[in-house]
Design a protein around this ligand. Structure first.
Ligand SMILES: [Zn+2]
Ligand SMILES: [Zn+2]
Length: 371
């Protein structure tokens, strides 16, 4: 029997290497020499076994201690559970590779949760005010309904792989080690489809456009996100589906702007209405609304009609309809109107000139003779 190599030498680490360094070193070697990557290469297989043995000892503090003190003999004479029988490779791989295990055939093909999807939904301001039931058409991967996701033609069965008896891996005992490797017959799936389902070509999954109903809540705003659990893509191998996220985008309205839960609009009134006050009608989003103009209203004043804005999300009250006031000045006056306004200006002692052009004409140096 040839001399056994030193475990630290095999892993190419110092004797004082910590757990992490040892793990990294083994990981590197395991990837390089794994039998699945080196089919038929005996040298690689031996190196792989050697490294695995070294790692198995050095990762276990008691064994490492024995080895450090007494060398290989320490382990052979200790009655340690290590000597003599198969090492659980799944255990080692799980430790070293964690989630990356997939490619190494140490376990059966693992279930994979379906992808989550995002759907961007445009809604109108009216929908946000009234609420709406929306029907979404979501393209996604679904479990095949013809075969119930099994991939086998209707009436036939998925059969357990006869070579690995459903384990997905086959064991091989060679001296010191029991090696597990991916079953070549079923490629690690443990099951086989002999007569594939014609709808999904044996995949168990199909692409479909799903119709999904969603109630748009009153008051939602751009960026609001609905999470519909389980409405994403189907999972593989019996794993749960992903979720569907519906993200709201409220399309800008041509007449109204939104400020939180207030609706903003504008209304034009005459300068007489502004001065005297009165009642006007403005266009709300659901039809005409009455607005009281207080006497002496200034240009740009914002008047509110309570509770005629956007409902608060899941509340029974709404924001306001906010009306920004614009005041219109008449462009032309007939003689009678002009006379009354001059009279008004006189009463207030305001500057005016009814014989020689307007105030602005004078200011700009124009006079009647030029016209
Ligand atoms: Zn199918
Ligand atoms: Zn198999």
């Amino acid at each position: 029997m040839t001399q056994k190599r030193d475990y630290y030498e095999i892993l190419n680490v110092n004797r004082d290497a910590d757990e992490d360094e040892i793990k990294k070193a083994y990981r590197k070697l395991a990837i390089q020499f794994h039998p699945d990557k080196n089919p038929g290469n005996d040298e690689a297989e031996n190196k792989f076994k050697e490294a695995t043995e070294a790692y198995e000892v050095l990762r276990t503090p008691e064994k490492r201690q024995l080895y450090d003190r007494y060398g290989h003999a320490g382990l052979e004479n200790s009655g340690s559970d290590f000597s003599g029988f198969g090492v659980n490779l799944d255990d080692i791989f799980g430790d070293v590779f964690g989630d990356l295990l997939g490619g190494f055939g140490g376990t059966q093909r693992s279930p994979k949760r379906g992808r989550s999807l995002q759907y961007n939904l445009e809604v109108s301001l009216e929908d946000v005010i009234h609420g709406k039931q929306e029907t979404l058409h979501v393209p996604r991967i679904e479990s095949c309904s013809t075969c119930d996701g099994s991939g086998a033609r209707h009436g036939t069965r998925v059969v357990t792989c006869p070579q690995c008896h459903g384990r997905g891996q086959v064991s091989q005992t060679q001296g010191f080690f029991t090696m597990s490797r991916t079953c070549p017959n079923c490629r690690g799936e443990g099951e086989m489809i002999q007569d594939p389902c014609p709808s999904c070509a044996g995949k168990g999954l199909i692409r479909n456009s799903a119709e999904i109903k969603l109630n748009i809540d009153k008051g939602v705003d751009t960026g609001f996100k609905y999470q519909l659990r389980g409405e994403g893509e189907a999972g593989a191998n019996g794993a749960p589906p992903g979720d569907l996220y519906v993200v709201i985008n409220v399309v800008p309205h041509e007449r109204f702007q939104r400020n939180q839960n207030d609706l903003i609009t504008s209304a034009k009134i005459s300068f007489v209405q502004a001065a005297l006050g009165g009642r006007i009608t403005v266009d709300g989003i659901d039809g005409p609304e009455t607005l009281q103009i207080p006497p002496g209203t200034q240009y740009g004043t914002q008047l509110r009609i309570p509770n005629k804005g956007i409902p608060h999300y899941r509340r029974s009250y709404s924001g306001d309809l906010v009306v920004a006031i614009e005041i219109e000045t008449p462009k032309y006056l007939n003689a009678a109107e002009r006379e009354k306004l001059e009279e008004f200006a006189n009463l207030r002692g305001e500057l005016h000139d009814n014989d020689h052009g307007g105030f602005w004409d004078k200011l700009l140096g124009r006079n009647d003779e030029d016209e």
